[in-house]
Design a protein around this ligand. Structure first.
Ligand code: FES
Ligand SMILES: [Fe+2]
Length: 355
């Protein structure tokens, strides 16, 4: 497949707007798909997202403050509730009904604050990813973060769906010998709304971090299981189990287990918010272990950011120019085909609706 790098946005989809913990105090401004948005909790404690633009004179609501009744504009004091309706105009009893700002459908679940960027009437909660591991903090203690990255959001999907970059981009951190992984068995396939790959390395020496965490004494069977869920999330599970324990048939048995949730929420065509949650499934009763995990992973994400930003700068010089695919692009090719199909379907529907 020869292809270019930038994909248009899929509008009718849920995007990760924030982590729940980011809304614990006041409001949060974040641009998503070129739309400035303010997130906050309304008087009922429910997460809300409004256009970050007051309907009175256009001041950003992020310059105001969260008050008991909602968010108060910092210019002339209008207050808007979580649905965007104005509930107070200082000094006036009558509130004209058009005094409102756009609100976005929001669902807070499993410590994610999901936002629907398309037609509100089509927001379907059943399409939200079920990441049940956030419901089990005892089994999967985790730590979350967000890194702003200046590249098209699909660069992150490419990055995660092709681990051959590990030995090069992460040579100084988790990479190891780039050719040592050549023996791994690799299988990639499309799914209904994304793509998936798994990779197995049988009877291999455990990496030092795994050994230290779990105390493996001999070789292990290792796996990487990655699933892209359109438009912009990747669910990762990797780990290792002692050789001879039928790891493939019973992957849930004790061993080294790590789960990462990645989401690349587009900010503009050339930038995104990279959300990640790292869950420790090996030393659950040691809070320090989760911190250590996060501390080890964070520098690798900065390495990814660096390569994606210089890649973006090059691609922007000539965005239409074709790229060359190589065999290890199999999973990312499935991912790209899925997002293209979904965008094409959405555009066809919109064109039909406009007729
Ligand atoms: S601009 Fe917001 S109250 Fe006037
Ligand atoms: Fe990476």
């Amino acid at each position: 497949m020869n292809d270019t790098a930038f994909e248009p946005f899929l509008r009718n989809a849920w995007y990760l707007g924030a982590w729940s913990e980011e809304l614990s105090d006041g409001h949060l401004g974040r641009t998503i798909m070129n739309e400035p948005i303010v997130f906050f909790r309304g008087p009922d404690g429910k997460a809300a997202a409004l256009e970050d633009r007051c309907c009175h004179r256009g001041a950003p609501l992020t310059h105001g403050q969260v008050v008991e009744a909602g968010i108060e504009c910092g210019y002339h004091g209008l207050i808007f509730n979580g649905s965007g309706a104005c509930v107070d105009i200082p000094g006036h009893d009558n509130i004209p009904p058009q005094t409102k700002v756009r609100s976005y459908p929001v669902v807070e679940r499993q410590e994610f604050v999901w936002i629907w960027m398309g037609e509100a009437a089509r927001a379907d909660e059943s399409k939200i990813i079920d990441f049940q591991f956030h419901d089990q903090p005892d089994k999967w203690p985790n730590k979350k973060g967000m890194i702003p990255i200046k590249s098209n959001y699909m660069m992150m999907i490419d990055n995660l769906m092709d681990l051959t970059h590990l030995g090069y981009v992460h040579a100084k951190t988790i990479g190891g010998n780039p050719r040592a992984h050549a023996k791994a068995e690799f299988d990639a396939m499309p799914t209904e709304n994304g793509a998936r790959f798994d990779r197995w390395m049988m009877d291999a020496a455990p990496p030092p971090t795994y050994k230290k965490a779990v105390g493996f004494e001999g070789n292990v069977d290792r796996w990487w299981d990655f699933e892209y869920v359109a438009p912009s999330s990747v669910l990762q599970w990797n780990g290792a189990i002692d050789v001879g324990k039928n790891a493939r048939e019973n992957q849930d048995q004790p061993g080294f287990h790590l789960r990462l949730f990645h989401s690349a929420t587009p900010e503009t065509e050339g930038s995104f918010h990279y959300f990640f949650s790292a869950a420790n499934g090996y030393q659950q009763d040691d809070p320090e272990a989760t911190e250590v995990l996060f501390g080890e992973i964070f520098p690798t994400f900065i390495e990814d950011k660096e390569i994606m930003e210089v890649q973006q700068a090059r691609l922007e010089l000539d965005p239409g120019r074709k790229l060359v695919a190589i065999p290890s692009d199999k999973a990312l090719t499935h991912a790209r085909q899925t997002i293209r199909r979904l965008v094409a379907e959405e555009r066809a529907e919109m064109a039909q609706a406009a007729e």
